[in-house]
Design a protein around this ligand. Structure first.
Ligand code: PGA
Ligand code: ZN
Length: 402
């Protein structure tokens, strides 16, 4: 047991070339730990996240909150009390306002890491997964970026591959490697490659919402694989198109559309292509559409639940069968834990995810291992802030022979 000697916060770079907050905690024993805050760019309205800044000013404000509000409340407290300290974090106020999650989350995670180290464990071991992990999480790998992440509003935000038939995590990733490189070659041949997006997925020079499915399938087949090995997924990030109870310019559906038209459109896609994963098909406010959507797939709520246990409890009825776990949507490790427990009670799958603006920090991989994620979503396999997270899992599952 050791008390907190110091807590400092400073700015580091995020993958979108903007500053973000990193917190460093030092215990009396000399143990140190740090954690960085990721940032979303397509944030839901129920997120606690309050740092949609373009200029970094909110980061300096967050640094001041850490220095003047959090540090005085934390210094001298025992690191073993980190779950209690999460409550303190959520109750603290700066200038009369609750602390934003780019303050609460890096503090909460850095403290949990410091305490784990203090007792001779890494975070995942401390959380409890190491002895129990019997299956691998399915990686949902974002190969093509559309929407705001890919600067192409005609395409869905994410086109993912799910190597669900792999017998080990490393086999899943090696299939993704082959598919990714074949995809790049195929895109080049067709003159469709326009760059790489925020999450490492390719950016395409096409306005056909279905072209990404065709080319992904072609690339899966060129890789000697079929839909028995690898299926497809989409993140529609639908909240961004929802205005006054209508969807405006939903990818593939130009103009104003009712929820029922979006639903039919997505059902047709799921019948035409081997799609097994659909995230945020509807807005977080369009609960009736969620409830009547009857496609057989992983139906995942991201903006819908915002990693919030109460919200999950209130709107889970038939809405989905899985939930994104993005700790910065809710604020602390303990809040995240509560949501995971609630998800398990409801029989929901958990998808542990990065954010589109992220750092090379890997605490989300540690959480995915510790809490035994059903799925993970860390972007494509070709940008350092994404590969760092996959590599952490590759190291872990190699030891486990999974
Ligand atoms: P975000 O996007 O991190 O920009 O919110 C990721 C997602 O919607 O899953
Ligand atoms: Zn999403």
């Amino acid at each position: 047991m050791s008390s907190i000697r110091s807590l400092s916060a400073y700015s580091v770079l995020s993958s979108n070339g903007m500053p973000t907050v990193e917190v460093k905690i030092t215990l009396q024993s000399g143990i140190t730990a740090h954690a960085a805050a990721p940032k979303g760019q397509s944030c839901g309205k129920f997120e606690k996240t309050e740092h949609r800044d373009q200029d970094g000013l909110r980061v300096s404000e967050a640094l001041r909150m850490c220095e003047f509000t959090v540090a005085p409340a934390f210094i001298g407290r025992d690191s073993a009390d980190h779950l209690d300290l999460d409550k303190t974090l959520m109750s603290l106020a700066h200038d009369g306002k609750p602390l934003p999650s780019n303050v609460t989350l890096p503090v909460s995670i850095a403290l949990a890491i410091a305490h784990s180290k203090e007792i001779g464990q890494d975070l995942s071991h401390y959380i409890g997964g190491i002895s129990q992990h019997a299956t691998i999480p399915i990686p949902c790998i974002n190969m093509i970026n559309g929407g705001i992440h890919g600067n192409n509003q005609s395409l869905l935000q994410e086109y993912l591959i799910l190597p669900h038939g792999a017998s080990s995590f490393s086999e899943a990733i090696s299939w993704a490697v082959t598919i990714c490189h074949n995809l790049k070659l195929n895109l080049k041949k067709k003159g469709l490659l326009a760059g790489v997006g925020d999450e490492g997925g390719f950016v395409l020079a096409t306005d056909s919402v279905t072209a990404p499915f065709d080319i992904l399938l072609e690339s899966i087949h060129t890789s000697g694989l079929s839909d028995a090995h690898v299926s497809l997924g989409i993140d529609c990030a639908a909240s961004g198109y929802y205005h006054k109870h209508m969807y405006v310019d939903y990818p593939g559906l130009p103009g104003e559309k009712q929820s029922a038209e979006v639903s039919t459109f997505l059902k047709n896609l799921a019948q035409t292509y081997p799609i097994t994963y659909i995230e945020d098909p509807f807005s977080e406010e369009d609960l009736n559409a969620w409830a009547s959507f009857d496609v057989e797939a992983h139906i995942i709520g991201d903006d819908l639940f915002a990693t919030n246990a109460k919200r999950l409890n209130n709107v889970s009825h038939q809405a989905a069968n899985g939930i994104m776990i993005k700790p910065n949507q809710v604020g602390t490790l303990s809040d995240t834990m509560q949501t995971i427990m609630q998800a398990r009670l409801l029989g929901y799958n958990t998808v542990f995810a990065h954010r589109s603006a992220d750092t090379e920090d890997t605490w989300i991989s540690e959480l995915a291992i510790g809490f035994q994620a059903d799925m993970i979503k860390f972007g494509n396999i070709i940008r350092g802030e994404r590969t760092a997270k996959y590599n952490a899992l590759l190291r872990f599952f190699r030891i486990k022979n999974l």
